[in-house]
Design a protein. Structure first.
Length: 451
């Protein structure tokens, strides 16, 4: 019986090498026992992505959870993670939600994400409590489930949150690429309803993703870049496997990474003169965002790595925008979770309002906050070396890095060095894994490489 390591980001494993129906049901049983304590008869929502067995496993997990005297509703269709989170937040009887997805991982992986009653992520403590409840034996009991549309109301709410009339008047030609993931047909239909002239690629269910990794990064965005140019589109929207993150392609076919998108979303969010005026981002978020916040008069708070740290700040009520280290964006007025589709609509509305191309928006923003290159490298280490690194980092205070003296040093989350030119480097051991994460940002590619 395989050992399952369940954390706040859920659980993922290779199909046939850990990920199977038995493991899914073992986790579902632990979730049912946990949620039953909140109150029998409470509801649990279950969604699933476009992978081969996701619907079948979602139904099986739902039946196990229902055996704990919980009302379980399984989505009628493939369901973006933000839609599931939104549906949970709107249901006053909901105690939690389960999503069968491995997000941006290849088709050889499966996974499970868990969300709280408000659609937000689990805390590390909640995840640890669930992991302790995972039995070595598969559950026997099963209950009855319901099937329901968990997507339609979310789409209506999204469209009502943005100035779709302005987007429609702008006549934007948009290429949407859901990468065969949770956004298939849904994202294209939504953007058509918003008035976009739509071209859709990778917009059908393909259990193997046609060889793609549903990750909006190079090289997986190449086909979208080519389609934007060949179709004369204004912008391309590339969604990851479960739609909680995205990237854009400008009219020249160049990738605009999430780290550049987030400052644009902030600008759009301020157009309506909102009551909230604070940006919360993790310590590895781009300095372009903090500079943009300062330029636009927003308070800015840095928190430790992980969206859970951002989520905890959302209950203060003054947060306009939350951003994690991958630059996934949360709009708390809409949902206390990250939502790639909402981020895309934000930028489309900004393009329409400013009557500007994405290239011009990026150029104008960089003129104000500076051009920066962002990078990440994960280095696998043996357990002994990782432990030595963990022991060493708290005492490290290097006088020079990449021929520059750090202007400030922080040991929160590992070792973060800030340089006089605005560049920075973070050395951060991953929790519970023998991997060291290196994240850095600098004004040029050579300077980034040196860090």
């Amino acid at each position: 019986m395989g050992v399952i390591r369940f954390d706040a980001d859920g659980w993922r494993a290779r199909v046939g090498d850990g990920f199977d129906k038995e493991s899914v049901e073992r986790i579902a049983s632990a979730l049912g026992a946990t949620w039953q304590e909140v109150g029998a008869g409470s509801s649990v929502l279950v969604g699933y992505d476009s992978r081969r067995d996701s619907e079948r496993l979602a139904l099986a997990a739902g039946e196990v959870i229902a055996s704990f005297d919980l009302r379980v509703v399984v989505s009628e269709t493939i369901c973006p993670t933000p839609a599931l989170s939104w549906a949970a937040a709107q249901d006053p009887t909901c105690v939690g939600a389960l999503m069968l997805t491995a997000s941006e991982k290849s088709h050889t992986y499966g996974g499970m994400l868990v969300r709280q009653h408000d659609g937000g992520p689990l805390s590390d403590e909640q995840a640890e409590a669930i992991e302790r409840r995972i039995s070595a034996d598969p559950p026997v009991a099963r209950g009855l489930i319901e099937r329901r549309d968990l997507v339609g109301a979310y789409a209506d709410a999204l469209l009502s949150s943005f100035d779709v009339a302005s987007i429609a008047r702008s006549g934007l030609r948009v290429v949407v690429d859901p990468m065969h993931g949770c956004g298939v047909t849904f994202a294209a239909d939504l953007l058509r309803r918003a008035g976009c002239d739509l071209v859709a690629i990778h917009d059908e269910v393909a259990h193997d993703f046609r060889g793609l990794h549903p990750d909006p990064t190079e090289p997986w965005v190449d086909e979208c870049e080519r389609e934007v140019v060949s179709s004369g589109a204004d912008v391309g929207v590339v969604l990851d496997g479960d739609c909680d993150r995205m990237a854009l392609v400008d009219g020249a076919g160049r990738l605009v990474t999430p780290h550049m998108v987030a400052p644009l979303v902030l600008e759009q969010q301020l157009m309506g003169d909102p009551a909230a005026n604070r940006v919360v981002a993790t310590i590895a978020a781009s300095v372009r965002l903090s500079r943009q916040a300062e330029r636009l008069g927003c308070a800015f708070t840095r928190v430790p790595l992980g969206f859970q740290s951002v989520y905890r700040e959302l209950f203060e009520g003054d947060v306009l925008l939350g951003v994690d280290e991958r630059a996934d964006v949360c709009l708390p007025a809409h949902l206390k979770e990250r939502d790639g589709i909402a981020s895309a609509l934000s930028v489309l509305e900004l393009m329409a309002a400013r009557k500007a191309s994405l290239q011009d928006l990026v150029s104008d923003c960089e003129a104000q906050v500076g051009h920066m290159e962002y990078g990440r490298k994960d280095i696998r280490m043996d357990v002994a070396s990782m432990q030595r690194l963990r022991n060493l980092l708290p005492g490290m205070n290097p006088p020079l890095v990449a021929d520059m003296p750090p202007s400030s040093v922080s040991h929160a989350g590992g070792l973060r060095l800030s340089m006089p030119d605005g560049s920075w480097l973070l050395v951060s051991p991953a929790p519970g894994a023998p991997v060291c994460r290196l994240l850095a940002e600098a004004p040029s590619a050579p300077a980034l490489g040196a860090l």
